[in-house]
Design a protein around this ligand. Structure first.
Ligand SMILES: [Zn+2]
Length: 223
């Protein structure tokens, strides 16, 4: 029963975060109460909004105007529910995963993020890890990031809070691996799509999440 409640909670959260990101990316006020079809404007009923199931039953089409909104919503919701439920026992990893998921969606669509929402969480993590050596890593990352953002203009200022979150929620070794994975995957994307710039937060999120999951799975199967 407890596991079912955790799955339902994560399904609602993933769906809500995707809805919030969609509204912000389409410049729609986030406090409009009822969800509606972005194409025809028809207000959606509760049975149109069941995470994963509604998209599968309607083949990712609006039931009113038949506009296709894409199965990627259902796939993202499914992956989000599995990952969110798996990380639920580690509150810091769980909260971080949802915050970065939202910012990754924002960055992917608009190449701008509301990085300020991370500041209270960064303050909390600094207090929580006050005597931990990872604070030194965070300081070093902050100095290098400031140089890259304001002198070399090689990345956006919104990447700084995200990088700080990554350093504060992993070990120094894991952070290095996550950054390497993010950079390699971003480089492959640049080469494959013949583009010169890309939103980096989704790749940082991918690198961080991959390393966190690999570490947790390795610990759980270790004899
Ligand atoms: Zn519609």
């Amino acid at each position: 029963m407890e596991k079912l409640l955790i799955i339902i909670l994560n399904a609602i959260l993933v769906s809500t975060i995707m809805c919030l990101a969609d509204r912000l990316n389409n410049r729609i006020h986030i406090f409009i109460k009822r969800s509606f079809c972005m194409h025809c404007g028809h207000v959606l009923h509760w049975y149109d909004l069941i995470p994963i199931l509604s998209a599968l039953l309607t083949r990712a089409r609006c039931r009113y105007c038949h506009h296709t909104y894409g199965m990627h919503y259902a796939y993202l919701e499914l992956v989000g529910v599995i990952v969110g439920s798996y990380l639920f026992s580690d509150m810091i990893a769980w909260i971080t995963a949802y915050l970065l998921f939202f910012l990754a969606l924002e960055d992917w669509h608009t190449e701008r993020i509301h990085a300020n929402i991370l500041i209270p969480y960064i303050v909390y993590l600094i207090i929580h890890f006050w005597h931990d050596s990872k604070l030194l890593t965070a300081c070093a990352v902050m100095i290098i990031s400031l140089f890259l953002v304001y002198h070399r203009k090689a990345m956006g200022s919104g990447d700084i809070p995200v990088l700080l979150i990554l350093t504060l929620t992993t070990t120094t070794q894991s952070f290095s691996l996550a950054l390497l994975l993010a950079s390699v995957s971003a480089l492959l994307y640049l080469v494959k799509h013949h583009v010169h710039r890309l939103p980096f937060v989704p790749f940082l999120y991918f690198g961080w999440l991959s390393i966190i999951l690999i570490e947790k799975i390795a610990i759980s199967i270790a004899p």
